[in-house]
Ligand binder design. Sequence first.
Ligand SMILES: Nc1ncnc2c1ncn2[C@@H]1O[C@H](COP(=O)(O)OP(=O)(O)OP(=O)(O)O)[C@@H](O)[C@H]1O
Length: 453
Amino acid sequence: MSPYDNLWQTILLDLERLYNEDIYAELFQPITSTYKYQNGLITMVVGSEYIKNRINKLYIGKINELASKYSDNPVRFKFVSQEEITPVEEPVHERKISLDYRQNNLNSTYTFDSFVVGKSNMFAFRMAMKVADQPGAVANPFYIFGDVGLGKTHLMQAIGNYILDNDVTKRILYVKADNFIEDFVSLLSKNNKTDEFNTKYRDIDVILVDDIQIMANATKTQMEFFKLFDFLYLNNKQIVITSDKPASQLTNIMPRLTSRFEAGLSVDIEVPDLDHRISILRRKLHNFDDSVEISDDILAYIASQFTANVREMEGALIRLISYANTFNLEITMDIVNEALGNILKTKRKSDSLNENNYDKIQSVVADYYGITLQDLIGKKRHAKFALPRHIAMYLIKTKYNIAYKTIGSLFSDRDHSTVLSACEKVEKDLKTDSNLKFAVDSIIKKIDSTLLK
Ligand SMILES: Nc1ncnc2c1ncn2[C@@H]1O[C@H](COP(=O)(O)OP(=O)(O)OP(=O)(O)O)[C@@H](O)[C@H]1O
């Protein structure tokens, strides 16, 4: 018996109460067990196409609402008819194409199941599931943005894996923006291999484009991407894009592209809080090596050391497990320090160095403009404080490339988008405002000499 049979039985009790006897007896009562569970999707089999269509048209919303109410994990129901699960001979070449697509493109471990959901990514996750459920119909394009190492690629590929799990013939193309640029140059502009380019990029059902901000300044590539985008969009093919910033704040990407990105649905992923990070570690541990035991205290300790980048935190966990396995050791706090000591030391050093340096940048800027540090960091909006504040944010970003949100925390907890707009504005104004350029250059010189001391 699947654990989801219990969930279904609970839902059945509500359905019996909610709908009249005939409907209940005809549609729901005969369904006694779940057929399949995968990536949050529970598949139930019903006797005929007619029953399937009635449930899917009239009752699926209620059933999924009850599923959310009674299940701790985000799950959804899908109803299929008996005919659909009876195996049909598939044309061999089509299946091969799809498997090739998966092999070449998608990391099969990046699924909805392995993605740990918390406050920082809940909306992104829910919408991603909807997009995967009905590609091309819910949100097109689907645009995911957020800082480095927070799971954008994972979520994007989970959409692809989910679609493929449900229909092996679907052609899903995952491409990093830099690979798109390479293909454009090598296939189109240099060798005129238009057919090859089109087969790869147009003969598909879903495109997943990672790190679109990399296309900045690549004007010719952007023109080609624009054509491709329109072609896929008009043919109702799902487009998913990730980026480190909202579409409205992409620089050096042509407005006709950014406005198309904005026309779809944008979701962001933020930094996970401590409990969320601990849950991610637990899940990673389970997926990586179920036989290894690590106490909750140790997981909490690791999570507390890696606050802003899940990739780094995951790397530390894998190192710890490999270390313990190699020397056949039980994982204690001493072993954590042995295995991760150097990484943590370097990280603390660079964190504290950076923290001190952020202070120094703030002080130099405040000094230059003759305002107090408190006013530079504070909330006063007067231009006399706002400009130096924006310059300080911009300098911290360009020098250390830390998350916008982290920079915001150094300026009275301002949010990601406030810092992002400030940095973009300074960058833009520097191109035309020679006074500003002079001031910023002088400040940079001052900072460099201060940091050397
Ligand atoms: N919520 C999560 N649940 C499980 N794993 C996660 C989660 N968030 C991030 N990860 C893991 O962290 C690692 C980095 O994630 P990913 O590559 O998706 O980040 P990204 O946002 O695309 O980063 P970048 O901006 O560098 O491209 C991956 O191994 C991913 O599985």
